[in-house]
Design a protein around this ligand. Structure first.
Ligand code: C5P
Length: 222
């Protein structure tokens, strides 16, 4: 049985991590959330008062930063220099800063190197923005997930509300749209569907419908 590499890209809050975790579970593959790596560096930079626009300082910081992704029942635990930051990296301060960190070419170069190492043996489901275009351009399965901004903001809003967190739908819409804009317009490895990626608009699909579509792509190849 071949151990495939499955790349799942798409804009913010399109449901990538939710479906990637399920697909990885079904195949007993490793799930790798590359956004968590950019978030971890952002969290550390904010804590260490490093200017997010200073590429040299950020790159230096990353060189001495250990980011470990560990599979768990919840999907994935994130360790930053040995400390569990799984929840901390989802704070809105981090969410709204991370795209500024992710524009820097030297930061991306190092992240991509680490990601390629993690994917090198196959049997992975990796989600992000540039997985199918840059990190694993020869991935056997490439998926691009889309949904309208309204739908994505509404899903985030429902998640927040269910968890008892304060949530402002209009603000979420603005934040998601801004993050997409920065991610799509950056010079290095912008958010973009790979030419050979299979596009799924999830706006009117539920999670299991999206998972089923990805599994049928996998079955066709595997
Ligand atoms: O996937 P998630 O929303 O956690 O990603 C957070 C941010 O990290 C993205 O908005 C983007 O700026 C950056 N990112 C990236 N390339 C990746 C994954 C994430 O630039 N492969």
């Amino acid at each position: 049985l071949t151990k495939l590499r499955i790349a799942i890209d798409g804009p913010a809050a399109a449901g990538k991590s939710t479906v990637a975790k399920i697909v990885a579970g079904k195949l007993s593959y490793l799930y790798i959330d590359t956004g968590a790596m950019y978030r971890s560096l952002t969290y550390k930079a904010l804590k260490s008062d490093v200017d997010l626009h200073d590429q040299t300082e950020l790159t230096k910081l990353l060189e001495t930063t250990k980011i470990e992704l560990e599979p768990s029942d919840k999907g994935q635990l994130v360790y930053l220099d040995g400390e569990d930051v799984t929840d901390e990296i989802r704070q809105s301060k981090v969410t709204n800063s991370v795209s500024h960190v992710a524009v820097h070419s030297q930061v991306r170069e190092e992240m991509v190197k680490r990601q390629q190492k993690l994917a090198s043996e196959g049997g992975v489901v990796m989600d992000g923005r540039d997985i199918g275009t840059h990190v694993i351009p020869d991935a056997e399965v490439k998926v691009f997930l889309l949904a309208s901004v309204e739908e994505r903001a509404q899903r985030r809003h429902d998640e927040n509300t269910a968890k008892g967190f304060p949530s402002d739908l209009e603000k979420l819409k603005e934040e998601i749209a801004l993050r997409d804009k920065i991610d799509s317009e950056r010079e290095v490895a912008p958010l973009k569907k790979a030419d050979d990626a299979f596009e799924i608009d999830t706006t009117s699909l539920n999670i299991s419908e999206v998972v089923d579509r990805i599994m049928s792509l996998v079955e066709r190849i595997g």
